[in-house]
Design a protein around this ligand. Structure first.
Ligand SMILES: C[S@@+](CC[C@H](N)C(=O)[O-])C[C@H]1O[C@@H](n2cnc3c(N)ncnc32)[C@H](O)[C@@H]1O
Length: 324
């Protein structure tokens, strides 16, 4: 749906009683976006991208406790982490999009992909998935024979399957936790996670400062963040950077009553918040795009945007707690 249709629909929805009319209700319902994690191949590729990038920067490539923000339609990306040997996976989302049946199906497909040591998908619909890697062959250097054999033992697979279906051997230490929605940082114990990651999520989080502070609290010493962030307009403006042209009033109409949307924060905002929350960036991979309009057309709140932000359409970052 274009930004103009959204503005129209959201303006109509403001009229008292309009949202109870069936056509308006169904239009509002229809625009709830579906997420990519319905596909096991996508989840496999996303997890292996994060793992390979971390290994390339000599960060822990066998994290035991892994947390993910915004898994979307399934927990598949975190299930891929468990299939590589992680012991605990915690997923936090804005709403409960995933369900145990879909997760179980994706899990079975993931097991086959790991057994086959399938290459990391990077063609057709996966061409645009980031971060970009130098090599898309199966990462034998990270997932050696012994590690994968241990991780894919039949009794371990049964345990993960049980956890997917909500059966926990010891409910005090569940292998999988899913909190959706989540609000407070105390949803995860302090200093308990080796890795916190996300894919195409941090551009949607409204309370970004709080989210980074929470991530800092969750990480163990030696833990790290791995995030892929997309700064483009997600189709809510005619050009990739057009969302930075809208003033606050129009943007409120584009957003409407959505419980989460895009936060329009450019890369420098993430850099600032990372530093303020006590992180040091150890690696970044920026996607650059040519600005589609002159600086003078930026909305007032973005006038001071650094030139580098204007051409940063996405970024992959690895960050670690900064030394005190
Ligand atoms: C574009 S989807 C990405 C889903 C998935 N990570 C993928 O790779 O396809 C954005 C996700 O961010 C989630 N999200 C939005 N705000 C969030 C928040 N404050 N905390 C956690 N997740 C959030 C949404 O619910 C949704 O699942």
């Amino acid at each position: 749906m274009s930004s103009y249709s959204r503005i129209l629909l959201n303006t109509v929805a403001l009229v008292p009683g309009a949202t109870s009319l069936p056509p308006i209700r169904s239009l509002l319902k229809r625009r709830v976006a579906t997420q990519g994690t319905k596909s096991a191949v996508y989840c496999y590729g996303v997890w292996l991208r994060h793992l390979v990038m971390a290994a390339g920067c000599r960060l822990d490539s066998n994290p035991a406790a892994v947390a993910e923000l915004g898994p979307g339609d399934s927990l598949g990306t975190g299930l891929a982490a468990l299939l590589c040997g992680a012991q605990r996976y915690t997923a936090l989302d804005a709403a409960p999009y995933a369900n145990p049946q879909a997760n179980a199906k994706i899990f079975d497909e993931l097991v086959e992909l790991f057994r086959a040591r399938a290459p990391i998908p990077n063609r057709d619909e996966y061409l645009a998935v980031k971060p970009r890697l130098e090599d898309y062959a199966f990462p034998h250097h990270v997932l050696g024979v012994a590690r994968l054999e241990r991780a894919l033992r039949p009794e371990r697979l049964e345990r993960i399957r049980g956890a997917i279906l909500g059966e926990h051997a010891d409910p005090r230490t569940p292998m999988i936790r899913y909190r959706a929605p989540w609000q407070e940082a105390n949803v995860i114990e302090p200093a308990s996670q080796d890795l916190v990651f996300s894919q195409a999520v941090l551009e949607h989080v409204d309370a970004l400062r709080e989210a980074y502070a929470a991530m800092r609290a969750w990480l163990k010493p030696g833990g790290y963040l791995s995030h892929q962030i997309d700064f483009k307009s997600h189709g809510y403006a005619p050009t990739w950077d057009g969302h930075w042209r809208y003033g606050d009033f129009v943007w409120r109409l584009v957003r409407g009553p959505a419980s989460w949307f895009i936060n329009r924060q450019p890369y420098s905002a993430h850099q600032r918040l990372l530093a303020a929350s006590g992180f040091r960036i150890v690696h970044e991979q920026r996607a650059r795009s040519v600005p589609s309009f002159a600086r003078g057309a930026l909305a007032r709140r973005f006038r001071g945007m650094p030139e580098a932000d204007r051409e940063t359409s996405g970024v992959y970052i690895l960050a670690v707690p900064a030394r005190a």
